[in-house]
Design a protein around this ligand. Structure first.
Ligand code: MG
Length: 390
């Protein structure tokens, strides 16, 4: 078991508050906020970060942004909002089990997709192509840009003024050139250091969440079938277990009983592997975590099963012709919007014209488009290109 110490934010009058491991991020070892603020009275600093993210505009927009299916295709599919909540749930469970800072973990998980464009990866790829000569577009950097700069909620500063470790956890990838521009929050990309365990947990929780919910959504949409999935190790194993326990089960219940077992197996495997790696490397502090190889991961066997599932989803779901039709349309919408705005900045709301004067027109356009929900982008496209629409 990890060595534990009391959480600094714990109130003395409540002895039952969970204790954190010595390698967890705490308020004591945190690098704090960019702009000094009075301490929160009723919650910890990282809980405040989580709450700020929940109250942000970008977070609410996740409700109408999608990953695989476009928002208007049905009400039952995951959106980026429900995805982020599922990631937070899985990540929090893992964090608590090993004494990590669950408020920080939750904050990173809830913010990890804030910078996504409308229409999932198709939208991001299209916007990145549009931005090729203007510094590119990457959803991960955009998430940080939103919490650092674009949210307008406070009188004293732009953005949400989050704790350093929340911001660093949101920044999952970063090129060396961009890291030099970003400074301290990205310094680990120049020094080959690992992020906090809380951030590493969110990263894997993200994978667990989307692999499993894409199986569920894929089946619901009818684009993939139960018969196909019976040929995939991880699914087959847990479908078999579900049938053993409930011999007459079928339909949606079988799918849910299978998917919940898959999630449980992945979380259990990850926890065991993580604890083994922590014990093997003997990490005890945040510094040790930064210097160690990645500590959050699956066992070899689980990694192999995940790989098989991922390959199947890529080939059969993400590249299904009905998905490709939608993503092709999505790319066109993003590209049309971008070039229309770039050719005439007067088409943009005033706020973005002003932003363009400060940060360059293309970046302001990218901020505007990235902030759109699927349906808003469709509507905006119609307003700009359909004769007779306003
Ligand atoms: Mg995600």
């Amino acid at each position: 078991m990890p060595t534990r110490r009391p959480r600094k934010s714990a109130r003395r009058s409540k002895p039952a508050v969970a204790e954190l491991a010595t390698y967890a991020v705490t308020e004591r070892n945190s690098r704090g906020r960019r702009f000094a603020e009075p301490r929160p009275k009723t919650r910890g600093e990282f809980a405040r970060d989580r709450d700020r993210i929940i109250h942000s505009t970008a977070f609410r927009r996740l409700e109408y942004k999608t990953q695989v299916f476009v928002n208007h295709e049905g009400d039952l599919f995951r959106t980026r909002l429900t995805h982020s909540i599922e990631v937070a749930q899985i990540a929090r469970t893992i964090a608590r089990a090993v004494g990590l800072n669950d408020d920080l973990t939750e904050a990173i998980a809830l913010a990890h997709d804030l910078g996504h464009t409308p229409f999932g990866h198709a939208g991001q790829d299209a916007l990145n192509e549009c931005m090729a000569e203007h510094g590119g577009f990457e959803h991960n950097l955009q998430s940080l840009r939103i919490v650092d700069k674009l949210e307008e909620r406070y009188g004293a500063f732009d953005g949400l003024n989050l704790m350093f470790e929340t911001r660093a956890g949101i920044l999952k990838h970063c090129s060396p050139a961009r890291a030099r521009e970003l400074g301290e929050v990205a310094e680990r990309f120049l020094t080959d250091r690992r992020p906090s365990l809380e951030a590493q947990v969110c990263n894997l929780a993200d994978q667990i969440a989307y692999n499993n919910h894409d199986v569920d959504d894929g089946l619901r949409s009818g684009l993939i079938t139960l018969e196909q999935l019976e040929g995939i190790g991880l699914f087959a194993m847990h479908a078999r277990q579900a049938r053993e326990e409930f011999p007459h089960i079928g339909g949606r219940r079988l799918i849910h009983e299978t998917v919940r077992r898959m999630i449980d197996a992945q979380v259990t495997d990850l926890l065991a592997e993580m604890q083994a790696r922590i014990a093997r490397t003997g990490v005890a502090t945040l510094e040790d975590v930064a210097a160690a190889p990645p500590l959050v991961g699956f066992s070899e066997a689980m990694q192999e099963m995940n790989r098989e599932l991922k390959q199947f989803l890529h080939a059969s779901l993400y590249r299904h012709y009905q998905v490709v039709r939608m993503t092709t349309k999505a790319r066109r919408i993003v590209k049309d919007l971008f070039s229309a705005f770039l050719s005439d900045m007067r088409l943009l709301p005033e706020k973005y014209r002003e932003l363009g004067e400060r940060e360059g027109d293309a970046r302001a356009i990218a901020d505007y488009i990235a902030g759109m929900t699927d349906r808003y982008a469709i509507k905006e496209h119609r307003r700009l290109f359909a004769i007779g629409e306003l």
